[in-house]
Design a protein. Structure first.
Length: 342
């Protein structure tokens, strides 16, 4: 299995990314850090812990709370898409003040929280000492990861790749050209793109093809049985987890319909990052120079993907001046949802 550190802002699709990371047979999840984003940082930390408990995650896993605001810009949450606490409409998760949930937030011997940077540092030091590597996966604004790059350069040689959900190739969702995660903390995203480590971008051009449609819902509710006709009401979920996931997808579907006009279901953006680490062969991708627009009047947070190689970057240099990012372009959607249903 591949080692993963997961950074999230749950968030409906983040919650599914956590599910993948906990239960994918090819993945060894080392820990989860949380960040401001879809909801305030206090909410995203507790939400990640609620997911771990609901998913029956291994006992050693902990949530390490991270940055409550971007490096420079003010924090910007997204209640329109995810509800005020980040997991609007999701039924069956443990309560936010359940002691078993709070016990999953990492604490030191004095009972103080262990924060994202320290959690990542300890886990990646261990990986390095064992001569292994880790994929660091980002499903929210990249503040925690940017800080890690800046403050722990000595550990970057143990990072195999930074895989992030974010950005678009000529496409935005929180402005005409900026995607939410990158728009929230464009400076942190640029720091990660400039790191001397391979980066992999899973942009909305790809995630918008991974739609949890009627067929996915029926397969989730009635595994292995035929999909009902369009007028049939959805069947009742057979297990609490299937019910939780159904309500999660239904709420997210409602947001995507009312905000973006998606008729068939919501895109499961974030889980694609974990699927990439586990099964990169279900993706096609090309390496490009990618930078983030930091100053533009209309374009802050745009990922500028140099598809025509205007910068004449040398193809074999990672980092500043080179083709710094593997940009995924397509995913085999049926394979991805088969992994989800597994
Ligand atoms: C990204 O923004 C959030 O709404 C989702 O969790 C995902 O990470 C999609 O633009
Ligand atoms: Ca997210």
């Amino acid at each position: 299995p591949k080692n993963i550190w997961l950074d999230v802002d749950p968030g409906h699709d983040d919650a599914i990314a956590i599910l993948f990371a906990v239960h994918c047979p090819n993945i060894n999840l080392l820990g989860i850090s949380t960040v401001h984003g879809n909801a305030p940082a206090e909410c995203t930390a507790v939400n990640a812990a609620r997911c771990l408990l609901a998913y029956g995650a291994p006992n050693h896993l902990r949530v390490y709370p991270g940055a409550s605001k971007p490096l420079l810009r003010p924090a910007k949450h997204d209640p329109e898409i995810h509800g005020p606490d980040g997991l609007g409409g999701v039924e069956g998760l443990p309560a936010v003040d359940d002691p078993a949930v709070l016990a999953l937030i990492a604490k030191d011997e004095d009972g103080q929280s262990i924060y994202a940077l320290d959690g990542m540092t300890a886990a990646i030091k261990k990986v390095k000492a064992n001569g292994e590597k880790v994929s660091v996966v980002s499903c929210g604004p990249m503040t925690n990861i940017g800080l890690f790059v800046a403050l722990r350069p000595e550990l970057l040689d143990a990072v195999d790749q930074f895989v992030f959900m974010g950005g678009g190739v000529g496409l935005g969702n929180r402005s005409a050209v900026a995607e939410y995660n990158i728009q929230c903390d464009p400076h942190a995203a640029q720091i990660v793109l400039d790191a001397p480590v391979p980066t992999v971008m899973v942009p909305i051009n790809v995630t918008h093809t991974a739609i949890a449609d009627r067929k996915v819902m029926w397969n989730l509710l009635r595994p292995g049985l035929p999909v009902g006709s369009p007028n049939d009401a959805l069947p009742t979920a057979k297990t609490p987890l299937r019910h939780t996931l159904t309500t999660l997808i239904q709420f997210f579907a409602g947001s995507y319909k009312s905000t973006f006009g998606f008729e068939d279901g919501p895109p499961i953006h974030d889980a694609l990052t974990v699927a990439y680490v586990s099964n990169p062969e279900i993706f096609t991708s090309t390496r490009y120079r990618v930078d983030v627009e930091l100053e533009g009047k209309w374009t802050v947070g745009e990922t500028v993907v140099d598809v025509w190689d205007y910068q004449h970057a040398s193809p074999d240099i990672w980092g500043v001046g080179g083709k710094n990012c593997i940009v995924t372009q397509a995913v085999q959607v049926d394979q991805f949802f088969a992994m989800f249903l597994d």
